[in-house]
Design a protein around this ligand. Structure first.
Ligand SMILES: Cc1cc2nc3c(=O)[nH]c(=O)nc-3n(C[C@H](O)[C@H](O)[C@H](O)COP(=O)(O)OP(=O)(O)OC[C@H]3O[C@@H](n4cnc5c(N)ncnc54)[C@H](O)[C@@H]3O)c2cc1C
Length: 372
C-alpha cells in the first residue's frame, strides 16, 4: 500500500495539505501546479479560521474539528505560517441585526461553540485603537484565528520535498485518463503514470475532472480582499473584526492584521460576491476601514485581482473517490483554509487505508453522478 504512487494536482492550501499528510504516511507523492503555490483561491483568501456561520450541523462539525487541528498541523509543519489566534468580534449598530446576533450566539453555544455577547467597554479594552461608533450588540468568538495560506502551502511542499516527494511547479496537467488500476496524467507532450490521483485544482477542478468523465459542477463565486503594506501593529488582541455597516448602501467590512503588519480588508460576509478589483474599490475599502482605525488614514491600498472561490454547486465540500473512478479522489471546497488540516488528514487516511470515513458521507462526489 505504501509503495503507491499518488499525484496531487493543485498546490493550494487543500492540495498541499492532502499531499503533506500522504507523504507523512510514507506515500510516494508528486505535486503538480500550473503556477506557483497559492496562486489560486488560497492567495486571495481572507483566511479566517472559524465555524461561525457554518450550517448545516455536520458542516459546522467538520469546520469545528478542523479548527482544533490547526495548532498540531502548524507544529508539524515546523515553519512560521502566520497562524494567529485571538478570536473574532462581530458587532452591529442596528437593533434587528443585534437580535439576530444574540440568537446566533445562543445557537452557537447550543452546538458547543465558544461564543458570548460582549459589551462596548470590553471591546474597547480589547482594541483601544478601534473607534467603535454606534454599538448595539457584539458577539465574541474567542477560538477563531487567521493564517497565511500561501505560507502554509509552501511549508507543506518543503516537508514533502524533505520526505522525498516531487514537486512540479509551473506544470499544468492537461487531462486525466485511467485504466483498471492506473491513472495517467497528460502534461504537454508527456504522459505520467500513477496509482491514484487527487484533483485539488480549485476552480479548475471541474474542467480537469471532465477530461476523466467526471461531473463536478461549480458555481462562480468571485471575491476581493484588499491589502496594505506592513504597518505598525494597531490591532492588538483580536484575530479578525467584523465591523458594522455605516450606511444602508454599503456592506459591512471585515479586517485583520497579519503578523508582518499588513492589513487585509473585505466587504460583506464570508460568501459575499464582488467582481470589482479596481484601485478605486480598493481605496474605498481602506477609507471605510479608516473610519474605524485612524492608523489607516491616508494608507495606500494594494490592489488585489478578483479571487474565485472554489464553490461546489450546492456549496458543500466535495471529498472522496469519484464513483466509477476508484483511483481518482476529489477535494473541492470553500472554507478550504479552515478545513485544510482535517480534510488533508482524512483524505490521506482514506487513500492509504482504503477505509471510508463515515464523517465524510455528506460530501461524497456521487451526489452529482446522476447528472453525468
Ligand atoms: C475572496 C476569498 C475569501 C475567502 N475567505 C476565506 C476565509 O476567510 N476562510 C476560509 O476558510 N476560506 C476562505 N476562502 C476560501 C479558501 O481560500 C479556499 O477554499 C481555499 O483556498 C481553496 O484551496 P484549494 O487548494 O482547494 O484551491 P486553490 O487555492 O485555488 O488551489 C488550486 C491550485 O490548483 C492549480 N491548478 C489548477 N488547474 C491546474 C492544472 N490543470 N494543472 C496543475 N495545477 C492546476 C492552481 O494553479 C492552484 O494553485 C476565501 C476565498 C476567497 C477567494
Amino acid at each position: 500500500m505504501r509503495n503507491k504512487k499518488i499525484a496531487i494536482i493543485g498546490a493550494g492550501i487543500v492540495g498541499a495539505s492532502v499531499a503533506f499528510h500522504l507523504s507523512q504516511h510514507g506515500i510516494d507523492v508528486s505535486v503538480f501546479d500550473k503556477n506557483q503555490p497559492g496562486t489560486g483561491a488560497s492567495g486571495h483568501s481572507f483566511a479566517w479560521i472559524n465555524a461561525f456561520s457554518k450550517q448545516p450541523r455536520h458542516y459546522y462539525d467538520l469546520n469545528y474539528r478542523s479548527m482544533d487541528r490547526w495548532p498540531r498541523f502548524s507544529e508539524n509543519l515546523g515553519e512560521d505560517i502566520g497562524l494567529r489566534w485571538g478570536g473574532n468580534v462581530t458587532y452591529c449598530s442596528d437593533p434587528d441585526e443585534g437580535r439576530r446576533l444574540a440568537s446566533e450566539c445562543e445557537r452557537l453555544n447550543s452546538w458547543g461553540y465558544s461564543a458570548r455577547l460582549i459589551s462596548m467597554e470590553e471591546l474597547s479594552r480589547f482594541e483601544p485603537n478601534l473607534k467603535i461608533g454606534q454599538f448595539h450588540t457584539g458577539i465574541y468568538t474567542p477560538d477563531e484565528g487567521h493564517v497565511l495560506p500561501v505560507k502554509v502551502a509552501e511549508a507543506c511542499l518543503h516537508k514533502i520535498q524533505k520526505a522525498g516527494g516531487k514537486i512540479y511547479l509551473d506544470t499544468p496537467v492537461d487531462s486525466i485518463t485511467q485504466s483498471a488500476d492506473k491513472v495517467f496524467l497528460r502534461l504537454d507532450e508527456q504522459e505520467m503514470e500513477f496509482d491514484q490521483v487527487v484533483i485539488a485544482a480549485g476552480i479548475d477542478s471541474t474542467k480537469l475532472a471532465k477530461t476523466a468523465g467526471i461531473n463536478l459542477p461549480q458555481r462562480r463565486s468571485p471575491g476581493v480582499v484588499v491589502k496594505t503594506k506592513p504597518l505598525p501593529s494597531f490591532i492588538h488582541s483580536l484575530a479578525t473584526i467584523y465591523l458594522p455597516r455605516i450606511s444602508k448602501e454599503e456592506k459591512e467590512i471585515h479586517i485583520r492584521q497579519d503578523i508582518d503588519g499588513a492589513v487585509m480588508i473585505g466587504a460583506g460576509d464570508q460568501e459575499s460576491e464582488t467582481e470589482d478589483d479596481s484601485q478605486e474599490y480598493a481605496n474605498k475599502l481602506i477609507q471605510r476601514a479608516a473610519r474605524y482605525f485612524d492608523q489607516l488614514s491616508g494608507v495606500e491600498a494594494i490592489r488585489v485581482p478578483v479571487g474565485l472561490r472554489p464553490m461546489p454547486e450546492d456549496d458543500l465540500p466535495v471529498i472522496g473517490f469519484s464513483p466509477g473512478h476508484n483511483n481518482i479522489y476529489l477535494t473541492l471546497m470553500h472554507s478550504g483554509v479552515t478545513l485544510a488540516p482535517l480534510v488533508g488528514a482524512l483524505a490521506a487516511l482514506e487513500m492509504v487505508t482504503g477505509i471510508p470515513n463515515g464523517d465524510l458521507d455528506p460530501y461524497r462526489p456521487d451526489r452529482f453522478a446522476s447528472k453525468n
